[in-house]
Design a protein around this ligand. Structure first.
Ligand code: SAM
Ligand code: SF4
Length: 329
């Protein structure tokens, strides 16, 4: 298994399928995009399936999430889902996406074996959406979400980041909308992972701010630690339930001590944490002819070196070289 020196076991693998994206969310990417990885640097579909197979059959991974960049831009996504769903033991498979294109692909992906989706949507206002993502695609995201729900990719989760002076007042409206459409809304605190280095601790909207705003309209009852397990989101029942809302307070209330994540970038590097400053190169070993056992051993060694926490609030904090879109959020 993937054990670290703090006794944590990683069973949840996040695989980034591409660093490219069709949106330009201000907290994630600059307007002009980034220097994309060249095709030969990307793991091929066969290489991804091999590494996922090693993770599932030798290293105890039970949950698999495809992300990016925008994973729906990866041409072979359906085949990847299908091949990973055929592994024994079968991992649970989910996708984090901006939802553009999901209208067309939700059913196909479900049939291939996709279990769940998280769709990112920060605002209900098409104009604010355009300001935040620099693209006019609000309608595509809403249709993608509806298609995911119709395809039974339940529970459909919605990820929202609040930005000061832009969409910060929308928390209660977003929750009312999510409850009405039976989506499970989770707010994510903005993290220092943007290449423009625009993040400021003092300016960010905290979990405390979000909860205070929600409580002006809803009664929130916190679910216990047990219900949370190793999930990064703290969850609250809304007005007695069954509707819920989550908050991922990665900055102000990090949950590193129960972290069960391991990450693989689109170019085949293992990362132990979103905020890790070191990576372990599986692609080089794989292309150099390493056996499954050698690759598994490298992965175990990388995880053994996982740090206790992300350390964002530490004065010594160093932002990782790779931005979120190239790590896989
Ligand atoms: N493109 C897909 C999407 O937007 O869902 C998948 C990749 S994206 C990097 C994954 C998640 O990270 C999204 O929910 C996005 O809102 C979130 N994200 C990106 N940059 C962030 C930041 N600086 N702080 C907090 N969350 C961020
Ligand atoms: Fe693209 Fe997701 Fe980053 Fe937005 S958050 S720019 S959709 S990768």
């Amino acid at each position: 298994m993937l054990l670290d020196t703090f006794g944590r076991v990683a069973t949840d693998l996040r695989v980034s399928l591409t660093d490219r994206c069709n949106l330009r969310c201000t907290y994630c990417m600059p307007e002009e995009g980034l220097q994309w990885l060249a095709k030969p640097e990307l793991l091929t579909d066969d290489e991804i399936v091999r590494l996922v197979r090693i993770a599932v059959t030798r290293l105890g991974v039970e949950e698999l999430r495809f992300t990016g960049g925008e994973p729906l831009l990866r041409p072979g996504l359906t085949g990847l889902v299908e091949r990973c769903a055929a592994l024994e033991p079968r991992p649970r498979i989910s996708l984090t996406t901006n939802g553009i294109g999901l209208e067309r692909t939700a059913e196909v992906l479900r049939d291939a074996g996709l279990d769940r989706v998280n769709v990112s949507l920060d605002t209900l206002d098409p104009e604010v959406f355009q300001r935040m993502t620099r693209r006019k695609r609000h309608g595509d995201v809403l249709r993608g979400l509806a298609a995911a729900r119709a395809a039974g990719l339940a529970p459909v989760k919605v990820n929202a980041v609040l930005m000061p002076g832009v969409n910060e007042s929308e928390a209660p409206d977003l929750l009312a909308w999510a409850l009405e459409h039976e989506y499970e809304l989770r707010f994510i605190e903005q993290m220092p992972l943007d290449p423009q280095r625009g993040w400021q601790r003092a300016g960010m909207i905290t979990a405390g701010d979000i909860l205070a705003a929600l409580r002006t309209r809803f009664t929130l009852t916190q679910e216990g630690e047990e219900a949370r397990g190793s999930a990064p989101a703290e969850r609250w029942l809304v007005d007695g339930g069954p509707g819920r809302v989550g908050v991922i307070a990665s900055v102000t209330r990090p949950f590193c001590r129960a972290c069960d994540r391991t990450r693989l970038t689109a170019d085949g590097q293992v990362r132990t944490c979103l905020f890790a400053t070191e990576e372990s190169d599986l692609r080089g070993a794989l292309r150099g002819g390493a056996s499954d056992e050698e690759l598994a051993a490298r992965w175990r060694t990388a995880m053994w070196g996982k740090k206790a926490g992300a350390g964002i609030d530490d004065p010594e904090f160093v932002q990782p070289r790779r931005p979120m879109s190239a790590i896989g959020g």
